[in-house]
Design a protein around this ligand. Structure first.
Ligand code: PLP
Length: 454
């Protein structure tokens, strides 16, 4: 299968090349040239385990990877998940279930995509003989999931910038205690935005980018979206038949990546009634889906830091379909967004989306309410999903992180201190990180010093 750019100015690429490229050369995002129809497969897929389902789904897309190799990649990618079902669907009551996506190595849903992406990179390096240096900035979960997807992989080095003192101590330990020689956590003096800017500046140095085979692992990578499609199919198949078609998936969201994956599988023929876009106080997507206006605001730090985002980068993929798959229109709207920070969509198709928002006080209250009502502990991101459940539908709330990653907020809400063995272990391990200023040249010098030019 080929993959096309939302902006229509880049050559279509095969799966492996689109994955390696990340962003298309015209600044757009890759999408499958056509979406397959999976509806006929669903009765057969009902019996598959998670890995088998993932393989069956990815085969539609990763057509340039030999079947045996794809099978192997999928199998090893979910090896480090600690729950036998990989993504258990837990019923809380008649109308509400939780899809637990936090049983991977870093206890957040990003492991589903980044474990797989790490193995795709490794396969690509074996094929091309070219090493890859991965560079990215993180406010917490993405960096640790990326590091755990790539650690120890042949031919890959990974440099992750994080704002010193502004990620949770546990998130920091997940990045700094791996002991892997190919992992370089860079503790940046400055904010996440400063770190992000330094990364962006360095990607703008095209000679350096080429000579060092720099690659990004941000949420716009095609493989991440496709990997996330799988658990929507999986959860749907775990529901009793009478509940399937009326299901509403509730998705705590920041970059729009996770909910976009669900919406794409609906377009591929999974009969899902609707999606709820659940934001925290950084509510650009809530405002979009309730008023039809997309307007960038200031980021305000919240209890759900992985959703502290005001530019929903994956929105561009959704936009592409909403303007009749017209890349010129996408370019025009993206330019308007860059110039004015605001776009209005008067005739925006919002049929299958509803939205809710939760500020920090709501998050605390919701953690408490869910605990009292169901004797179940949700993390601050997942809590946003409980802001407003539709009583007429069966809601599947995506649990995006394990509560033990955010013990202080949980403790403040319900007086319990959640733990997880994987996190307890980290406390005894030596931590290694490299302090650097938020400056392109300093980061360039660091990379030059730690890898040889290919
Ligand atoms: C990244 C993240 C989110 C937001 O996911 P998007 O794909 O950006 O919508 C939500 N919850 C947790 C725990 C995360 O790590």
């Amino acid at each position: 299968m080929e993959f096309i750019s939302t902006r229509g100015q880049a050559e279509p690429l095969g799966f492996c090349d689109a994955v390696e490229a990340g962003l298309a050369s015209d600044g757009g995002l890759y999408l499958p040239a056509e979406l397959p129809d999976i509806s006929g497969e669903l009765p057969k897929w009902d019996r598959l385990g998670y890995r088998e389902l993932c393989f069956a789904f990815m085969r539609y897309f990763a057509t340039d990877i030999p079947v045996d190799e794809l099978q192997r990649i999928v199998n090893i990618s979910y090896k480090r998940f600690t729950h036998p079902e990989i993504a258990p669907l837990v019923e809380l009551d008649e109308n509400t279930s939780v899809l637990e996506l936090f049983h991977g190595p870093t206890l957040a849903f990003k492991d589903f995509a980044l474990q797989l992406l790490g193995n795709f990179y490794e396969a690509q390096i074996a094929r091309t003989g070219q090493p890859i240096n991965v560079l990215g900035a993180t406010s917490g979960d993405t960096g640790s999931a990326a590091i755990h997807g790539l650690l120890g992989k042949e031919g890959v080095n990974i440099f992750i910038l994080y704002p010193l003192g502004r990620v949770s101590p546990l998130q920091e330990r997940q990045m700094t205690t791996t002991g892997a020689a190919n992992v370089f956590p860079l503790a940046i003096a400055g904010s996440f935005d400063d770190a992000q800017m330094a990364v962006k500046d360095l990607f703008g140095e095209l000679d350096f980018k080429r000579d060092y085979h720099l690659s990004a692992v941000n949420s716009i990578n095609l493989a991440r979206i496709l990997a996330q499609c799988v658990y929507y199919v999986w959860a749907w198949l775990r529901l009793p038949e009478e509940k399937r078609e009326g299901v509403e998936f509730v998705v705590p969201t920041g970059n729009f990546g996770n909910v976009l994956a669900g919406w794409l599988v609906k377009r591929m023929g999974l009969p899902v009634a609707s999606f709820r876009v659940a934001t925290n106080q950084n509510d650009i997507l809530y405002r979009l889906f309730t008023s039809g206006v997309y307007e960038v605001g200031e980021v305000r730090p919240s209890f759900a830091p992985s959703m502290d985002i005001q530019v929903a980068s994956n929105f561009e993929r959704f936009l592409y379909f909403n303007v009749g798959e017209n890349p010129e229109k996408v370019c025009q709207l993206m330019q308007q967004m860059r110039e004015t920070g605001k776009v209005e969509f008067p005739d925006f198709n919002r049929d299958v989306f509803t939205a809710s928002r939760a500020d920090d006080a709501d998050i605390k209250r919701l953690i408490k309410e869910v605990h009292e009502r169901y004797d179940y502990v949700v993390d601050p991101h997942t809590a946003c999903g409980f802001a407003e459940l539709n009583p007429d539908k069966h809601s599947v709330v995506l649990a995006t992180a394990h509560p033990a990653k955010f013990p202080d907020t949980i403790e403040a809400a319900i007086g319990l201190h959640p733990t997880a063995p994987a996190l307890e272990k980290l406390k005894a391990l030596p931590s290694v990180s490299y302090p650097l200023p938020a400056d392109k040249e300093a980061i360039r010098a660091f990379i030059e010093e730690h890898v040889s030019k290919a």
